[in-house]
Design a protein around this ligand. Structure first.
Ligand SMILES: Cc1cc2nc3c(=O)[nH]c(=O)nc-3n(C[C@H](O)[C@H](O)[C@H](O)COP(=O)(O)O)c2cc1C
Ligand code: SF4
Ligand code: SF4
Length: 299
């Protein structure tokens, strides 16, 4: 079932993702699933485990690259920006797609990444986004946690269709008529502030971490969760160095023991309720087939 290109060729697609609370990981898995259904050879890469030395060759062999990431403070998550900026320059023009997960305001994140990508000869030919439940406990009032399985199954199915149909189409079009198709994104009035003070806003979500020793069992979950290795158990979690404001530590603590002064006393986001398995349709012969788990990475 090769919907992608010639029957004999399986384009190699690498999907690089960053996810603090699981929404973008799920999105990356769904896109990977859709691409496999389209006959593509897929490799999922968590950028936290990305080793440039061993990955560079493998990366050069990829026909298509995808980046999946959350939006923080109107921008792509800092680890994804940093990752893209550290990638080696592609020797030949490499097409790229981007998928963002977000709660309400996406705006210029793609355009900012587009500029970083173009500098490296990676050309964004397609973007999409998926609305997810907000992982930002700062702005949360208790009832704002929907707890009803965002992203919805329909959204996940639409994302899988996007991967099955739109990505192959963009790939074909790019081969025939190479061009940069990611254009200007209109500003949302609410994000004008972000446009004026992008760095300040991003810094604004990086509050000092406070640990309630009476609640903390020193399990180290928050430490392992931090994408920039900022936390140490000493003997309780201590923060040192730059924070990227992902709220991974805060949302992952099973005892609500780690906080900023804003999140203190608020509910936590525990990750998407929906799962990749929920998308399988037993009536569909392709779905029922023995698909490789796209969460397996080979790098
Ligand atoms: C610190 C922080 C800031 C956020 N800022 C935005 C934002 O500006 N716009 C938006 O739509 N969503 C925002 N969100 C929501 C996340 O984009 C959304 O929950 C995303 O799906 C989380 O992805 P993840 O689970 O892969 O980490 C923010 C979340 C966090 C933790
Ligand atoms: S996850 Fe929570 S309980 Fe575990 S070490 Fe971190 S703060 Fe303590
Ligand atoms: S300290 Fe917490 S919020 Fe800051 S980068 Fe690490 S996990 Fe994310």
């Amino acid at each position: 079932m090769n919907l992608f290109l010639e029957q004999s060729y399986r384009p190699k697609t690498h999907i690089h993702y960053f996810s603090a609370t699981g929404n973008s990981r799920l999105a990356a898995q769904v896109v990977g699933d859709g691409l496999k259904l389209a006959g593509c050879d897929v490799l999922l890469q968590d950028i936290r485990k990305f080793d440039l030395k061993t990955a560079a060759k493998c990366l050069s062999e990829a026909d298509f690259l995808g980046f999946v990431f959350p939006i923080y403070a109107f921008r792509a998550a800092i680890p994804m920006e940093t990752h893209i900026r550290s990638l080696p320059r592609a020797s030949v023009r490499k097409p790229v797609f981007m998928v963002a997960t977000f709660a309400g305001y996406l705006d210029r994140a793609f355009m900012r990444l587009r500029d970083f990508l173009l500098e490296k000869n990676y050309v964004p030919v397609l973007t999409t986004s998926m609305i997810c439940q907000d992982a930002w406990t700062v702005v949360r009032i208790e009832n704002f946690i929907y707890d009803n399985g965002w992203p919805k199954k329909e959204q996940l199915l639409a994302l899988r269709e996007f991967a099955k149909i739109e990505i192959p189409k963009a790939w074909r079009e790019n081969r025939e008529n190479p061009k940069d198709v990611v254009g200007w994104v209109p500003f949302n009035p609410l994000s004008m502030v972000a446009a004026l003070f992008p760095t300040a806003l991003h810094k604004g979500v990086q509050f000092p971490i406070m640990v309630k020793k009476a609640l903390c069992v020193r399990c180290g979950i928050c430490v392992r969760q931090c994408p920039v290795n900022r936390l140490r158990l000493d003997p309780f979690p201590k923060a040192k160095g730059d924070c990227v404001g992902c709220y991974g530590c805060i949302n992952s603590c099973p005892h609500d023991a780690i906080n900023t002064w804003f999140t203190n006393g608020r509910l936590r986001y525990r990750g998407p309720v929906a799962k990749l398995e929920d998308l399988k349709d037993p009536e569909d012969p392709v779905d029922a087939g023995d698909l490789e788990n796209p969460a397996n990475t080979r790098l």
